[in-house]
Design a protein around this ligand. Structure first.
Ligand code: ADE
Length: 381
């Protein structure tokens, strides 16, 4: 693995937003009414909004923790069709749960949601308050506030990246934040002071919705904004420059993985149950530790894939190697490696990107002649 660091700049100076926050709070009732009217008329038809239930809210909030609405929607539909309530989900096996989640990433969410279903379905009554929800696995302050307000009507603010953006612009707050977490903390009090009315959940959803569809990170649609007349950034022509975040350090990482097929079976690595990352999931094995170029186990590049996770840009080089007795004995010595028949790949839980790559490469591989398959999978089989 090689690493190098690149700085990506973001910037632009303005005020701290304090005075404008007081102005906005002085008009809070009118602000909520304008936002609420817009949301009631224009909200996206998202499947967890109708029909609404505590279970559907919990599932959607887990999925939306790290995933965009568009990506989460088909997963949500398939999930609730298969497991329509906490009891049904509690009865599923961990493998089924992981397979259904495969492709959404951040798999601890699925494991925690499964554990939560087990706990909640054994309780005499559903939790209701932020404090009760926060005690459950995988439920942090943000998710607890979303569930408690949306599904249980508690008057508590939800502050995510979208809400931070909306608030920073409304009050023209030009402070530079080190991270999203810092910005969430900075806007928590203002967000809480704005929640009110008889449906705090709808207010929270409206704030998130406004950030997602109107007050967007790039290309704010101020002309279509229902609360533009309350917005200090718009008045100052600053909307596109707020909020401000300190320059991020982006790490470039190169990872080499093996594509090895023998006798119609593909070599995969399975992460141990309880591993910090990817527990129970399969991926193409890392080449490191299995092969050494110096051994003459010639590498042939079969694919180069790029992906990003949080602060990393990752280039994955998938290589096949010439088969050798040494390689065979290194593989045999590893309990985390498994040979999986090409026809049975759908039965194993692969992590999201690997599912795509393995499908694509297995399709190309099976379309080759036997002789070409030998070359593609790194030599004589
Ligand atoms: N992001 C997280 N929860 C959401 C919700 N209920 N509606 C829209 N976006 C969201």
């Amino acid at each position: 693995m090689t690493r190098q660091t690149k700085r990506v700049a973001v910037a632009g100076p303005v005020g701290t937003g304090g005075e404008m926050a007081a102005v906005l709070l002085g008009r809070a009732v009118a602000f909520r009414r304008a936002l609420g009217t817009w949301f009631a008329a224009s909200q996206r038809r998202l499947p967890w909004r109708a029909p609404r239930s505590v279970y559907r809210t919990v599932v959607s909030e887990f999925m939306l923790q790290q995933t965009q609405v568009e990506t989460a929607t088909p997963y949500f539909l398939s999930w609730v069709r298969r497991w329509p309530d906490f009891g049904a989900l509690a009865g599923a096996s961990p493998e089924e749960v992981l397979r259904e989640w495969a492709g959404l990433g951040y798999y601890n969410r699925a494991r925690n949601l499964h554990r939560l279903a087990g706990i909640v379905s054994a309780l005499p009554a559903l939790p209701r308050t932020v404090g009760e929800w926060e005690r459950l696995p995988g439920v942090g302050p943000y998710t607890a506030a979303a569930i408690a307000s949306i599904a249980c009507g508690e008057r508590v603010a939800v502050v995510d990246g979208n809400v931070v953006r909306v608030l920073a612009r409304l009050v023209a707050d030009g402070r530079e934040f080190r991270s999203n977490g810092d910005a969430v903390t900075a806007f928590a009090a203002l967000a809480q002071a704005l929640v009110g009315g008889d449906d705090p959940g709808a207010h929270n959803e409206a704030m998130m919705e406004l950030g997602a569809v109107c007050c967007r990170r790039q290309g704010a649609r101020c002309g279509a904004c229902p609360v533009a007349s309350f917005c200090a950034a718009r008045a100052g022509g600053l909307a596109g420059r707020l909020p401000r975040f300190a320059p991020r350090v982006v790490e470039q990482v190169v990872v080499r993985r093996l594509w090895l097929v023998r006798a119609g079976r593909l070599l995969l690595c399975r992460y141990a149950e309880g591993a910090r990352r990817l527990s129970g999931l399969h991926e193409l094995p890392l080449a490191q530790g299995l092969v050494a170029d110096a051994d003459g186990e010639l590498a042939v590049l079969v694919a180069r894939k790029r992906r990003s996770i949080s602060q990393q840009r990752i280039v994955e080089e998938i290589v096949s190697m010439r088969w050798s007795a040494a390689l065979g004995s290194r593989i045999a010595g590893r309990t985390d490696l498994q040979w999986v028949p090409l026809g049975e790949l759908d039965a194993v839980a692969l992590s999201g990107p690997h599912r795509r790559w393995v499908r694509e490469l297995a399709g190309s591989f099976l379309a080759l002649t036997t002789e070409a398959q030998g070359a593609f999978s790194g030599g004589v089989q």
